[in-house]
Design a protein around this ligand. Structure first.
Ligand code: GRF
Length: 187
């Protein structure tokens, strides 16, 4: 199998990155993680890039043309697929146009419910019965592209934000690789 050269975008902890790296080491997994891009030089996820000797690029998203550096890096490493894994910036239309149906994101809610930030506090405030995660294609509108996979669980009375996050992330580690396998099975 020819694996897709993939870049994972991160901003923080990087537990989904670690999980994708782990899966990508399986010969049957469709992706090779060839590059990591972080807009936060202190992102913990960078340690996984270092540990597994994956090239990484830091960008300063406060600079006006920081996406040019991203585009050049993607070209340099011949990237043909992108996973957003806790990347806290909105990607530009230029990037989306360069990678049509080739950028996916993982979001900690059952989209289209609770787009954007602070999903868990809003769910609790709203007395939601279900929570979960969504893997979806990225389009020009925030958290609005076609859904690839969702996984859900029932919220219990004692669940606070920390517990919801823990339960959601446990599902994310299954959903992200499953979504990727599903995409490439259909191509
Ligand atoms: C994940 O929960 C994901 O849903 C959201 O950001 C979080 C990133 O976590 N988009 P990590 O950095 O992969 O640990």
């Amino acid at each position: 199998m020819v694996k897709k050269n993939t870049c994972v975008f991160i901003s923080g902890k990087g537990s989904n990155l670690r999980n994708l790296i782990y899966h990508s080491r399986n010969n049957n997994f469709p992706l090779k993680i060839s590059l990591v891009i972080s807009n936060n030089k202190k992102a913990n996820g960078i340690i996984y890039a270092k540990k597994f000797k994956i090239p990484y690029v830091l960008v300063n998203s406060k600079l006006k043309y920081y996406e040019n550096k991203i585009l050049l890096s993607l070209k340099k490493y011949k990237i043909n697929f992108i996973c957003l894994a806790g990347y806290m910036k909105i990607v530009s239309n230029t990037l989306i146009k360069n990678y049509p149906r080739r950028i996916i994101n993982i979001h900690p809610s059952l989209l289209p419910r609770f787009k954007g930030l602070n999903t868990f506090s809003r769910m609790l405030k709203n007395k939601e019965k279900k929570a979960g995660c969504t893997v979806h294609y990225v389009n020009e509108k925030l958290d609005s592209g076609n859904v690839i996979i969702q996984k859900k669980f029932l919220i219990r009375d004692n669940d606070d934000e920390t517990i919801l996050k823990k339960k959601t992330q446990k599902l994310e580690y299954k959903a992200f690789p499953e979504a990727i396998i599903k995409i490439f099975r259909n191509i």
